[in-house]
Design a protein around this ligand. Sequence first.
Ligand code: ADP
Length: 417
Amino acid sequence: MDAQLERLQRLIEVGRKLSMVPELSSMLQLIIGVALRLTDSAAASILELDLDGKNLHFKASLPVQEALNSLVIPVDESIAGLASKQKQAVAVTHVAASPVHYKIADELSGFHTHSILACPILFRGELLGIIEVVNKLGGADYNGEDVTILETLSAHAALALQTARLQTLLETTRQEAERLDKMKTDFVAITSHELRTPLGLILGHSTFLREMASTEYQAQLDTIIRNAMRLKEIIDSMTVVDNFQSGMALVRRRTVSIRALISAAFTAIQKEAETKQLTLTFENDESELMIEGDAGKIGIAIHNLIKNAVVFTNASGSVSVLAEEVPGYVKITIKDTGIGIPARDLPHIFEQFYQVESHLTRRHGGMGLGLSVAKMNIDLHGGRLWVDSVEGTGSTFTVMLPLDSAQPQGGNKAFID
Ligand code: ADP
C-alpha cells in the first residue's frame, strides 16, 4: 500500500480506537505511539500546561521515561514553550544550537536531542499543552507532512485532555454539591433540635403569664404566643424534614376521615380567605372518605396545600377543593385561580427551601418547606402529589392517597397504635 495512504488510514484509526480507551493516560500513549511511528521519530511526548501558564509537565512519553514525570519545563526556556507561546508548530533541526532548548530534560533522561517538532494542543483557541516528536530517524529534517500529522494528532490530544479536565471539574462540583447538601441536612437537624427546647419554655411561660396577667397585658402576651406558635410551625416543618431524611419518620396508622381533615384546614384558613374576599369551596358527595393513615401527617399536607392556594391567589379569586374516591385511592384536587408557577420553577417547587420569588423581595412569609413537607408526608403513605400550573392563570395540586396506605419507605416506619 502507498505509504501516504497507510499514514492516512492510521490517523483515521486512532480516532476510532480513542473512543474505546477508558482513561486519559492510555489515550495519550496511543496518540504518541502513532506520532512516533508516522513521523519516524525516536521519541514522542505530550506535555500539559499548568493553570498559571508558566510551566509544562510531561503527561506521556515514549519510550516511557519515568525520569520525565517529575520534570517541569519552563515555557520561557524551551522549544515546547516557544510553540505554546506562538500557538503554532515549531521545528528545530539543530537543537544544540538553539538558545531556547531546555537541556535539563536531556541530562535527566540521558537522551540526546538533535531535532524537535513541537505542536500546540489547542481546544477552542485555549492552549492545553504540547505534543512533540524528537530525533527524526536517519538524521532527516521534520517536513510539512510531519507537521500535518502532528497537528491532526494534537486535535485528538486536545479532546482527550479537555474531556479529562471536564471529568475532574464534574467530580469536584459533585463533591462540592454533596458537601453543601450535607451542610443543609445538618443545619436542619441541628436547628430543629436546638430551638425546640427554648421555644417550648417561651410558649409555656407566656401561656402561664397570660392566665395570670391583668387585662392590660393580655394583648402583648397574645402577640408573643401567636408569634411563638408561628416559630413552632417552622421548627415542626424542619423536624418533619429531618425525620424523613434520617429515616426516623413514624407513620401512626389509624382510620382517618379525609373529609374531616379538609374541613379542619378550611376552618383554619377561613379568616384569611374572607379578608382577601376569596371564594373557598369544598366539593364532595358527603362521604367521609376513610383511609388508613396518619391523621397528623396527612392533615399537615392538606393544610399546607390549601394554605398556599389561598396565599398565592389574589383578592377576589377562588380556591376549590374536590375530594373523591377513585379505585384504590382517595383523590384530592386543590385548584386555585392564583398567580401560578412559572414552567422553569415547576420541577423544583417540592425541593426543600425552594421559593419561586426571591426570599428578599417576596410579599409572602414562609421558608420554602410547606410543599416539601406535604410531599414527604404523602410519600410516607405510599401516595403521590403533583402539580399542574400555568403562570398567571392558576395551579392545581393533586394528591392520591391509597385507601390502605402507610407502606413504609426506606428506613421510615409505619405501625398501628
Ligand atoms: P413557602 O412556605 O415558602 O411558600 P412552599 O414549599 O409551601 O414554601 O412553596 C414553595 C413555593 O412554591 C412558594 O414559594 C411559591 O412560590 C410556590 N407555590 C406553592 N404553592 C403555590 C400556589 N398554589 N400557587 C402559586 N405558587 C405556589
